[in-house]
Design a protein around this ligand. Sequence first.
Ligand code: EPZ
Length: 430
Amino acid sequence: MDRIRIIGGNELKGVIPISGAKNAALPLMIASLMTSDTLTLENVPHLADVEQLIRILGNHGVDISVNGRRERQDEGYSRTVHFTCRTIVDTTAPYELVSKMRASFWVIGPLLAREGHARVSLPGGCAIGTRPVDLFIEGLTALGATMEIDGGYINATAPKGGLIGARYTFPKVSVGATHVMLMAGALARGTTVIGNAAREPEVVDLANCLNAMGAKISGAGTSTITIEGVTSLSGARHRVLPDRIETGTYAMAVAMTGGDVTLEGTDAALLETALEAIRRSGAEITSTPTGIRVVRNGGVIKPVDIVTDPFPGFPTDLQAQFMALMTRSSGVSHITETIFENRFMHVQELARLGAKISLNGQTAKIEGVQRLRGAPVMATDLRASVSLVIAGLAAEGETMVSRVYHLDRGFERLEEKLNRCGAVVERVSD
Ligand code: EPZ
């Protein structure tokens, strides 16, 4: 199993190219199940989760080629991938595949909308919380589907003649359930109005892509989304939006180590709340014509309190990284996690580096320390593991992060991007 060795202490200086967003690419790829034409996605990141979804989509009948060639290959930071699903050959998403990645549960929307039925394994819990699927069941039921749980699977069946547009208001904001309602509503008969919809940029990206495919969706990015159902969708070409979580992660790394880095190919508007928190900690952040520049030249890291919230609030996917930054602040800060009930597993690992953090329910109290010291630490989930990398960059000596397969799910060429900026990070294979 690979590990990542970091020798901390260097400032970061240079340019980091930001990849396409994992959490936008996954639902966009799933949307390829909705048409028999080719959906071409540009700026697709090369990540373990993307490769896993490629396998899952292949099981349903999607033919995939990268930059026009049938074999997959490494195409640098930006890949163009073509997805073609002439016919859906299997409407079952089996446990072995869905259990590896929760987002694969979302195929339930397109399968149901296009074929009228789907049998999809329940995803089960995961390290960061129980993550139920009640909102998917309620939403699709509102569109006329019959949803039955049988042997760990959901059997979903649309009425004869297909799903029927309806009004449905989510009792809680869910990114995934909003994605699924967009895809299901796009091919339903009549109008669907989704209330309390997720406003994340990835939802807007999916709506834009579906509209390019012929859907009639308005209001994405607000909490009320209206969908006029159409009978079929066609192919389209769409560029995956930049990864706001990768952007925020590297911005926090620079805020922690000090230095001057330009994050290329991203957009500050995707993560204003997080950037504001980083600014308040003492870093300077400015927009450039093609990205964002983050500078911290000396000075203390100031303590900043944050609370995670659905967009446009502070993203839960940056909570662990911000906690790493706060471990070196000049005072006491508080971080409250409101989205997932078990997303503090990085706390014990940060403590191994010398951080002082105490937990009280969903709030962490972080007392800044003068220095962190390198240590062996273990990655527990994707964002928690990158928080350990950031902390390792700012720690004295060697930090060895094990279980880096978590990192490979969501950070493209992490070592290469950091080393280009003066960090000392290397992958060690056992
Ligand atoms: C997406 O997960 C992201 N994943 C997550 O990123 C992200 O943390 C999360 O949104 C919140 O922003 C992808 O886009 C692939 P939710 P999702 O449904 O859609 C509860 C990462 O590190 N809920 O918005 O699964 C749920 O338990 C990942 O890249 C229900 O109660 O998240 C949670 O408390 C981790 N019932 C809250 O809603 C349901 O039926 C928000 O979850 C569905 C969700």
